[in-house]
Design a protein around this ligand. Structure first.
Ligand SMILES: *[C@@H]1O[C@H](CO)[C@@H](O)[C@H](O)[C@H]1NC(C)=O
Ligand SMILES: *[C@@H]1O[C@H](CO)[C@@H](O)[C@H](O)[C@H]1NC(C)=O
Ligand SMILES: *[C@@H]1O[C@H](CO)[C@@H](O)[C@H](O)[C@H]1NC(C)=O
Ligand SMILES: *[C@@H]1O[C@H](CO)[C@@H](O)[C@H](O)[C@H]1NC(C)=O
Length: 232
C-alpha cells in the first residue's frame, strides 16, 4: 500500500491529499526491553538468564548465565518486534538482540536456528542475517516457536494432511545443552526438533519473558558458580 500511495503521489499533483497514512499499512511495534529467564524443574539452572555469547563475526548464541543481569547489561537485553495491522498486533514476531554500532546506529540481530546435519539439537543464533524464526509469548509469558506446519507423526500415505492455518502449532521444545560452535563450547539455549535430544547434555527448559524494570525488584539470586565462560 505504501508503494501504491507513493506512486500516486508521484503521478498526480493532487494525489498528495490521498497519500496520508493508510490504515492498512502494517507498522513495526517494538516491545520494551526484556530479559529472558530460564524456567526448569532442575533447581541448578532454574532462574538462569540468557545472554548473547560470541560465536563468530557478528554472530552470537544465547548462552545461560546466573543472573539477574544488571539493568544496563545490553548483552542480556532483548526486544520483540511484531507487526500491527489495523491496530491488531500479530502474536508471532521476531526476537532481537541489539548491539550499539558506529555513530547512533544500532545493529539488530534476529533470533534464528542454526541447524547442523547429524543431530536433532539445533543451536540458537542471533545474527545480522535476514533469517528469523517466528516466535511469540504464550499466556504465561513463555516463548513459543510458530510451527506453521502440520504434525507429521500422524501422516498416512496418499491422505493429504490439512495444515493448521493461520495459527500454526505453538511449539516449546527449548533445551539447555552444551553446544559446540567451534572453537567455542557453551552452555546454551537449543531447540530439539523432535523426540529425545541426540546430545545427552540437553535438558528441557522454558524461556520466560521478564520485563527489564522488574529485575530491580527481584534483586540478586543467591550466588552459584558459573557454568560457562562468557567471552562475547
Ligand atoms: C522494531 O520496531 C521498531 C519500532 O517500530 C523499529 O524502530 C525498528 O526498526 C524495528 N526493528 C527492525 C529490525 O525492524
Ligand atoms: C541439573 O542441571 C545440572 C546443570 O546442567 C546438571 O549437571 C544436573 O545433572 C541436572 N540434574 C538433573 C536431575 O537433571
Ligand atoms: C552499569 O550501571 C552501573 C550503575 O549505574 C555502573 O556502575 C556500571 O559501570 C554500568 N556498567 C556498564 C557496563 O555500563
Ligand atoms: C547522535 O544523536 C545526537 C542526538 O540526536 C546528535 O546530536 C549527534 O549528532 C548524533 N551523532 C551521530 C554520529 O549521528
Amino acid at each position: 500500500m505504501k508503494l501504491l500511495t507513493t506512486l500516486l503521489a508521484a503521478l498526480s499533483p493532487t494525489a498528495t491529499v490521498l497519500a496520508t497514512t493508510s490504515s492498512d499499512d502494517p507498522v513495526q511495534q517494538q516491545s520494551t526491553a526484556v530479559f529472558l529467564k530460564i524456567a526448569s524443574s532442575n533447581a541448578t539452572i532454574d532462574g538462569m538468564f540468557l545472554s548473547a555469547y560470541h560465536i563468530g563475526a557478528a554472530q552470537q548464541t544465547l548462552g545461560l548465565f546466573y543472573g539477574p543481569p544488571q539493568p544496563n547489561d545490553t548483552s542480556a537485553i532483548f526486544y520483540w518486534n511484531t507487526t500491527v495491522t489495523d491496530g491488531v498486533a500479530a502474536d508471532v514476531g521476531v526476537l532481537y538482540w541489539t548491539m550499539p554500532a558506529a555513530g547512533n546506529l544500532t545493529a539488530w540481530f534476529s533470533l534464528d536456528f542454526a541447524y547442523t546435519s547429524g543431530t536433532n539439537v539445533v543451536g540458537t543464533s542471533v545474527s545480522a542475517g535476514s533469517g528469523a524464526q517466528g516466535v511469540g509469548w504464550d499466556n504465561n509469558d513463555r516463548l513459543f516457536v510458530d510451527g506453521t506446519m502440520v504434525d507429521d507423526s500422524n501422516f498416512v500415505p496418499e491422505d493429504h494432511p490439512v495444515p493448521i492455518y493461520p495459527i500454526g502449532i505453538r511449539l516449546q521444545q527449548w533445551h539447555a545443552c552444551w553446544i559446540l560452535f567451534a572453537p567455542y563450547y557453551y552452555y546454551a539455549l537449543a531447540w530439539v526438533t523432535a523426540e529425545m535430544p541426540h546430545n545427552p547434555t540437553c535438558q528441557p527448559v522454558s524461556v520466560v519473558k521478564v520485563l527489564g524494570h522488574s529485575i530491580l525488584i527481584v534483586g540478586w539470586l543467591p550466588f552459584q558458580p558459573d557454568l560457562s565462560t562468557r567471552t562475547g
